[in-house]
Design a protein around this ligand. Sequence first.
Ligand code: UGA
Length: 440
Amino acid sequence: MTITVIGTGFVGVVTAGVFAELGHQVYGLDVDQKKIASLNQGDLPFFEPELKELVLAGLQTKRLQFTTDYQVAIPDSQVIFVCVGTPSADSGAVDLTYVESALLEVAKYLKPEAIVVVKSTVPPGSFDHFAKIMQEVTKVPVALASAPEFLREGSAVSETRHPSRVVIGTTDDRVFTILRNLHQPLGAPILQISPASAQMGKYAANAYLATRITFINQIADLCQHNGADIEEVIKSMGFDPRIGNHFWYPGLGYGGSCFPKDVKELAYFSRTVGYGDNWFNSMQEYNEGRITRILDDVLVKVGRVDGQKIAVLGLSFKPNTDDTREAPALKVIPYLLQKGVAQIQVYDPQVQLSRTPFANHSEIDQVNQSTNIAQACQDADGIILLIEWPEIVEFEYSQIRNKSKNQWLLDARNQLDPQALSDAGFQYLSIGRTWNKSHE
Ligand code: UGA
């Protein structure tokens, strides 16, 4: 089958690569010519494990090619995936401009019987509008389906090869049958539901996961005040099969390009239908204020940071990606500078400081990138473990302990051994662990 995937972000490139691997002829399409030229050389504009190999294999077999030309890709294609961005305004209103312009271009060249599958996260109920604007451009009956994406950055290739489920939002059985056959080799349960339910299911899944994280963060905050240890609390709850142990490690709050945005959009949608003070608002506010609250607390415990040198480990929003959207570092670094920190040494296995939005910050001269963890931590008064990259978690911090200083270490992901760090002479701080209290 010939397939086009529009949008070459991580969802689009991974989708294109995996369908090429399954033996289909795939066009990856984007309006960004530079990006397309690089992709055709096998150069990715972002880091995602296993993806380069997948793209190179697709290019080599000639089953995968990248183009900017709708007129080349669309007339051939039986299935067209739309994977472009849907940014939201500060209010939470979704900007559908990129989806709409992709759909209008597709409509110009659409062949009869072709199916347009929207993978971009769009508000439930958008399909009537999409079908209407497309139908104004083409006489070919437009068949639209929704197939929300559930993959995570950092494990996008393996989760696309082996998804937990494939949700197909369509009421048209012909469309469902073609899409079911297309996805069947992935071996996942395949569900047919309405487009609006598929779209709402995507928001609800992300909001639920964000809720779990917010919930455990709130419990961790309470543990700071009552002698309980959040890691023990999680263990005790996790044995209940209704609850489980997974996906709620406490930290500085959720980041990335999806949870903050989807929660904000649900909050906005709730307000527009008359639910003024809603859970999504509260969750968003709590998450947004979390980093400042935790750092204020750390400041009280360590006494002062002005004039000091601090190491910040991890610039991405999570491990195994170079994506810095809503990454904690983007709040932590300005906070430290504002508190008078003299020097910040950052380290990240993938992210270059010069490529972060932070690079334009007026005080960027005080922030330097190190090439390894030891260098970043050298003579630091404080160390902040922001992101649980394996090498950051596995590093022997006792090696770089400077005995002439009262060094502190904030383990913002509760990944390290408090006893070992304390034995090495660090003031160990974490999120909701008893250690914080008993060693103040
Ligand atoms: C998330 C969802 O997990 C995917 O299912 C979904 O497809 C994707 O959004 C999307 O909508 O495109 P992603 O943003 O890549 O995936 O990353 P996650 O691994 O879910 O992490 C999101 C944030 O939550 C990170 O800041 C992470 O550090 C934080 N988190 C995650 C926690 O604080 N605690 C946890 O237990 C898990």
